[in-house]
Structure formats: C-alpha cells, structure tokens
Design a protein around this ligand. Sequence first.
Ligand code: PSU
Ligand code: MN
Length: 351
Amino acid sequence: MIAPTTTPLHTLRRCKAFASAAKRMHSSCVQILPEVAEALRGGRPVVALESTIVAHGMPYPQNLELAKDVSGILRSKGVIPATIAVKNGMFKAGLHSDELEDLAKAGEEGRAIKCSTRDLPLVASNYYHQIHRTKMMESSVIDVSGETIWGATTVAATMRLAHAAGIVTFVTGGTGGVHRGGELSLDISTDLIELSRTPVIVVSAGVKSILDIKRTLEVLETFGVPTAAWKSEDFPAFFSPLSGVKAPATFNDAMDVACAWAAGRDLGMSNGMLVAVPNYDPAGSNVEAAIQEAMKEASSAGIEGRDVTPFILRTVAEKTGGDSLRSNISLVKKNAMVGAEIATAISRVSS
Ligand code: PSU
Ligand code: MN
C-alpha cells in the first residue's frame, strides 16, 4: 500500500514547491487550445490523451467514437480533455472537433506518422523551417497548404508534450514495455525511459501480455518510476486484470495518487508515475486466452523478431471476432473515469 490517505490537505497546500511546479506554464512551443489554457491557468483539472491510439490503435470510425466518448466522460466529471498530437509539425495540446475527426481518418489514409520521443524534433523540423523563413522574410504567413500530416504521439511523446503544456495527468490504453526477448534485442519502449524523466502521471491498463511484464516492471524499478495498480494487488495485463505478477504497490483512491505525487515533487523527483487500472471487461479474458494460443502458434511456426507482434495481433483479431476491439474500448473508458478522479485530486493538492 502506498501513500496514506489521511495526509491533511493543508499540509499539501503548504508545499510551495509542488504548487508552483504544477502551475508553471512550461513552454510556449506547444499550441494550447484556449479552453485547455484557461483551465490550466485557473488550476482546474485537465487530462491529456494520446493520438497514436486514435490514428493507429483502432479502426475508423470506432476510434473517433471512442475519442468523443472519452472526452464526454471527462467533461461530465468537470475535467477538460486535451488530445496531444503534432499537426503539420506543430505541437498541439487540445484539438478542435474537426481536427480530431481528421486525425481519426489519417491513420487509414496514411497521413499519420507514429511519433515517439526521438521523432518529435524530426516531425517538427519542417514547421520550424517555415517559422525561420517567415521571420527572415518579415511576413506573418506560414504556409500549411496541402494535405494535413499528423504526428500521432505515443505514450512517451504525449508525456513530453503534456509536460511542456503544463498538464500532469494523462489517460491512455496501454503503455509500451520490454518486448519478449528484449534482453537480447534491446527492444524496450521509450515509454519506460520517458516515465523515468518526465513528470506526468500515466493512467493505463498496464502492458499487453505479448510484452515481458516481469522485465517491464524490473526496468521501471531500475529507473525509479513509482508504479502501482489501481485497487488491486496484481499488475494488470491490459486485456486481463491479472498478469500473475504482483504490482509494486496499490493505490486505493485518487488522493493516494495525488499524495504520492506531491511527496515526489517535494523531494525534487522529476520522474513520472504509472497507475495501472485492471480491465474487468468479460471479453478481455477471451482475448487473453487467444493471445496465449497465438504466441504458441507463432513459436511453433518459427515466426521471429519483428514479425511476431503483427502475427499475434492478426491471429488474435481472427480468433476473438472483435472482442479485442470491444475490450480495448471498454478499458480506455474505465481509465478515463479513474484519470478524471486523479486529475481532480491533483488540482486540489496543487491549489
Ligand atoms: N500498447 C497498446 N496499445 C497501443 C500502444 C501500446 O496496447 O496503442 C502504443 C502506445 O502509443 C505506446 C506505443 O506508447 O504503442 C509503444 O510503442 P513502442 O513499443 O514502439 O515504443
Ligand atoms: Mn520498440
């Protein structure tokens, strides 16, 4: 069990370092939607959402429907949603509804590039070129004609941009981790590195069992990332609430999370935090069974390396007849409800 839920609020309010860090408007390189900026200025709760899940994580139109439903869930709890993405090289926190719709179509139309941390400067370079060219020409017109190209941000890249915008809480589906065989291939998601150095709370359903969950938790420990399951002792495995691996800690409510966060800030820790929410959707257990079967089939068919994940995902989708998509949608909504509570608790302890 982690932070005491009994910590008096007035103690936290006196933590000046925490309050000012949370309120600081970090950098102007991210274009923040006015309603998001206003909420941040007023110290009201905001939740960041990632764009890889929209562009590449599920098909159109289910992706758009889910993005709208998640925003609706957050708003019904008094929380402002801010989808993070890169539009024609411009970093964005918060999208207009027509932009969200275009992003949702962009994946299947080949107009979205999966962006992790290393990709952010690369996709932004063209936009920066234009800014400098415009400055030299003393003009105020930036040419963004042509079709819109989106940088769809992974958990790692979303954390970076959310932090730059001054957002603390971020809701997603699943995070990346150590791939099976990662001890040799070194295929370890940048999500874990970013959790070690960027102060954002990531609310997810854990990591998929196609990854090496035990080693993922080892790496998070090595990097000093506070990691806890939400109201559970087991670390969740995305489609299943149980991975068979014990979670390092348990959060029993949103104030647990906010108090642990406040304590880390007071110590000057600059890392993020991972809150893993178990997915109890009944469809999920079918998917988990199909994943285990598909992994056995992959190994007996001699499928290796980069071919493994696409093979498994394809086989799982065939085997479950849509259950994997349904379960994915249901777990993101559950995460949004938990994330709304956390963002609200964070705004309370920051004021
Ligand atoms: N896991 C999922 N669904 C996803 C992802 C991970 O269950 O959509 C996406 C997230 O955007 C995550 C990224 O940040 O994949 C990790 O990719 P990589 O392993 O290449 O870092
Ligand atoms: Mn990778």
